[in-house]
Design a protein around this ligand. Structure first.
Ligand code: SF4
Length: 606
């Protein structure tokens, strides 16, 4: 048997839903050496196995779940598993990460990776019970909301609390392009429409139980390093703020600096934001804290409100949800925001994409592009919390006007001839930071391989203490941050761990866990290799410089008020600089010399 990292299982489970064939493969050592695992290995398998031009909702698309070499070890935040697929929302490469316990459980069950391909004739769910793998009928679960379906699957399998269930809701079944896959009832593979891909395969859920142990190369040293790191987390002010207020702790600063997406990015300051800041959230709606596997922070916040007299209780909300269902729709009451979040959570939809799509529709309504007859009589004005809730439900059910919006903001805007109000890049809506107030984020959104995703290179932490409006020189920062994130995502760490885990520390944890000795220079090479294969996937699908762009609003209009006033973005200059530092040509295509340097010439398609 080929050598594998000590903390890995070396095994990939492949399930073909068309033929019902279930098989097991060894993962070649070079996959770990060149891509580590997680996001990197997922991108490698997708590029290698998916033919050019596959329809994302056809049986030819695949869902590639991959754990990283640190997942399931003692390392802090070692729980993020990725799913890689061609996105129905963007038609690009896509990858989504999920925390919680499902990823570690897959590894405890004996598998580093799971590839789902084909399409079942009838609804099924997959049951992975250590070495035993089977497909089970799921027609009776079809149409069920996520909490009920998850509980039902567990009940059928013996009501064992150690079983971890990842499942889709009615949104995924109805091929809503914003549908997500939800693990452990509250943790999502959120962005890009993985839930629609799973729905198109007639796969309702993947239940996992594992009793295996993850081996570690140097367990004693690992334990002592982890102990030291936990102390560092305890003394870290940013980590402490995250523990107390979750990701919502970021909100106040961004609003004060004037780049919080407000009313579909038409403003950078939300006057209602003070009702939604971390301390208010903690005092008004949080009832307890929640955490993922091996996490020293615990950013999850269980919250409770009453919407029109009925109780809403959920894990959240996190910053992006408050941003896009709240400020971006002009809504400032927790009741409406949480009710809309609950609908997204129960039906299985990405709260960010849904919020951005509703805010787009609200702007169209305010501008008279659509009226009551188009919106099924909903007064879609900014700030109307009841309209937010009603429309979220319509989108979830593909009901009336919601059917158009379920296609995502790009297609909806094309059909309404209102492209100027659709705030997306490559079809993926922007996160809640207005890129005019932090220029590295502009380049991040524009060049992200999966559309406008903020976590591909969250440069803000480095930009805010310096000149956040500078454009020159940001390309290098974006490249470095992209590389660092590719490593975090591929190793299997939660991104929040970066407060304490430098690349050096990650490298140490990798070595003590897996036995893989990789120099810092080689780690950066791996990160760069991952970015390049993701790029090559998109180029093969016809994407290039013309697609590395942002909505006109950011390029032609300035923010009018607050501390980011007067700024728009000169993207073309930033792109030139970025392509140069990446070793790509003027059209954004990797040069052959770059591919040779990264040892991936076989994927070149010039
Ligand atoms: S910081 Fe939050 S998302 Fe990250 S591992 Fe901890 S609880 Fe999970």
């Amino acid at each position: 048997m080929e050598k594998i990292p000590v903390s890995s299982t070396g095994k990939l489970l492949r399930v073909n839903l068309s033929s019902k064939e279930i098989s097991q493969e060894s993962i070649p050592f070079h996959v770990y050496r060149d891509y580590l695992g997680g996001r990197g290995a997922g991108a490698y398998y997708l590029l290698k196995e998916l033919a050019k031009g596959v329809d994302p909702l056809s049986e030819d698309n695949k869902l590639v779940f991959f754990t990283g070499p640190v997942i399931g070890t003692l390392a802090p935040g070692s729980n993020k598993v990725s799913v890689t697929f061609k996105s129905p929302l963007t038609n690009t490469y896509s990858m989504s990460l999920c925390g919680g316990f499902w990823g570690p459980e897959l590894k405890f069950a004996g598998y580093d990776a799971l590839i789902i391909e084909g399409k079942s004739e009838k609804p099924v769910y997959l049951w992975i019970d250590n070495g035993e793998v089977s497909l089970k009928a799921a027609e009776h679960l079809w149409g069920q909301l996520i909490p009920k379906a998850s509980d039902e699957v567990k009940k059928e399998l013996g009501n064992d609390n150690t079983i971890r269930v990842a499942c889709i809701g009615p949104a995924g079944e109805k091929l809503n392009k914003m549908a997500c896959i939800t693990a452990d009832r509250h943790r999502e593979f959120g962005r890009g429409g993985a839930g629609a891909v799973m729905g198109s395969k007639n796969l309702k859920a993947i239940a996992v139980r594992g009793t295996g142990e993850i081996q570690m190369s140097q367990k004693g040293k690992m334990a002592s390093l982890v102990k030291t790191l936990y102390q560092e987390f305890k003394g870290h002010p940013k980590a402490n703020a995250r523990t107390r207020y979750g990701t919502v702790e970021m909100l106040e600063g961004i609003n004060n600096l004037g780049f919080w997406s407000t009313r579909n990015f038409s403003q950078g300051y939300f006057e209602g934001g003070e009702k939604l800041v971390g301390p208010k959230m903690r005092d008004d709606i949080v009832v307890s804290d929640a955490s993922c596997y091996a996490c020293p922070i615990g950013c999850g916040k269980n919250a409770r409100v009453y919407y029109k007299g009925s109780r809403v209780h959920l894990e959240g909300p996190e910053f992006e949800t408050v941003g896009l269902l709240g400020a971006n729709c002009g809504v400032d009451d927790w009741e409406s925001i949480l009710k809309a979040t609950e609908i997204c959570d129960y039906y299985g939809m990405d709260t960010m994409a849904v919020g951005a799509t509703i805010s787009f529709a609200m702007e169209c309504f305010e501008k008279g592009i659509i009226g009551l007859k188009d919106t099924d009589n909903i007064e879609l004005k900014f700030g109307n919390g009841d309209a937010l809730v009603s429309l979220a439900e319509k989108i979830a059910n593909r009901d009336g006007f919601g059917d158009l919006l379920a296609e995502g903001v790009k297609i909806a805007s094309e059909k309404l001839n209102a492209q100027d109000y659709a705030m997306h890049s490559k079809g993926l809506p922007l996160a809640t930071y207005d890129p005019r107030g932090c220029k590295g984020m502009a380049l991040t959104y524009a060049t992200s391989p999966k559309g406008a995703h903020h976590m591909i290179s969250p440069t803000m932490g480095a930009e805010i203490p310096g000149d956040r409006f500078a454009e020159e020189g940001k390309a290098g920062l974006v490249k470095d941050t992209q590389i660092q994130m590719a490593l975090v995502d591929s190793l299997g760490f939660c991104s929040t761990m970066r407060f304490v885990l430098s690349v050096d520390k990650q490298q140490q944890l990798l070595e003590l866990g897996s036995g893989l000795e990789i120099s810092k220079e080689d780690m950066f090479k791996i990160g760069e290799r991952i970015l390049n294969i993701e790029r090559l996937f998109n180029i093969r699908e016809g994407f290039n410089r013309k697609d590395d762009t942002l909505p006109n609003r950011f390029l032609k209009e300035v923010i009018k008020e607050g501390l980011s006033a007067g700024h728009s973005i000169n993207l073309e200059k930033m792109l030139d600089e970025y392509y140069q530092v990446m070793g790509w040509d003027r059209n954004g295509i990797p040069e052959e010399s770059k591919l040779a340097e990264l040892n991936i010439s076989q994927f070149g398609n010039k």
